[in-house]
Design a protein around this ligand. Sequence first.
Ligand code: CAA
Length: 259
Amino acid sequence: MNYELITTRIEGDKVAVITLNRPKQLNALNDALMDELGDALKHFDANANIGCMVITGSEKAFAAGADIGAMANYSFVDVYKSDYISRNWETIRSVRKPVIAAVSGFALGGGCELAMMCDFIIAADNARFGQPEIKIGVIPGAGGTQRLPRAISKSKAMDMALTGRMMDAAEAERAGLVSRVVPLANLMEETLAAALMIASYSQLATMAAKESVNRAFESSLSDGVMFERRLFHALFATTDQKEGMDAFVNKRPARFSNL
Ligand code: CAA
């Protein structure tokens, strides 16, 4: 795959790493980059060998937001007609395999929103998160006002969206925005270990787990629990359930076939 604004690589046969690659612009997210990211995500999601994806940036910036220079002269007609943001940023929501954000440096505006669209965030200790759109006369436009309160409470989300301040990695972990904080030097090693572990399991089970956790944000508790229960029941129809449980009972490693 030939991309200009991202790079991709495969780790351990089963993990795809996508690196945002506009370092001089702190990985500001323009339309072309989001097209490439969406294309790569769809490609890896369709690749039967890949069990988990990682999105990362540079040490200084995961992404400093949507590209302000590109947006500055957009009119309402431009953004409405082209379905700005919805057109290509939302691709990540249709990815069925797990996606981890490995965040170092700035994750601001659309960068924070992109990280939140991933299934979970592993942060380096130099990570800084924020929704500073208020400072440039707008509001978060890629889900920040919706995903932040679900992740970190209304009060903290309001604080972030209204003041535009940044939170450091320790605060982000306390608030529940990130699943873990690791030393910057270990970010990729720890993220790849998690991704390889996920990719070693049955893809049927990891996709079902992702689908079920995401349902929690779209349904009542009883509807969500019923959705989970039916997926749990359905997994008993898979070869991988038989293999996983037989391997446990017979004290041997499981060999999943994704069937
Ligand atoms: N868009 C376009 N270019 C950006 C950018 C962005 N979001 N963020 C940084 N850059 C560019 C800078 O313009 C600069 O380019 P030049 O070298 O050509 O001048 C380069 O990246 C380096 O940036 P700085 O010199 O500013 O670096 P710094 O270390 O002094 O500051 C920073 C870093 C605090 C992240 C600062 O760059 C900054 O505040 N960036 C903007 C953050 C922001 O407002 N993000 C929200 C964007 S709106 C949005 O995302 C909408 C949405 O919800 C979808």
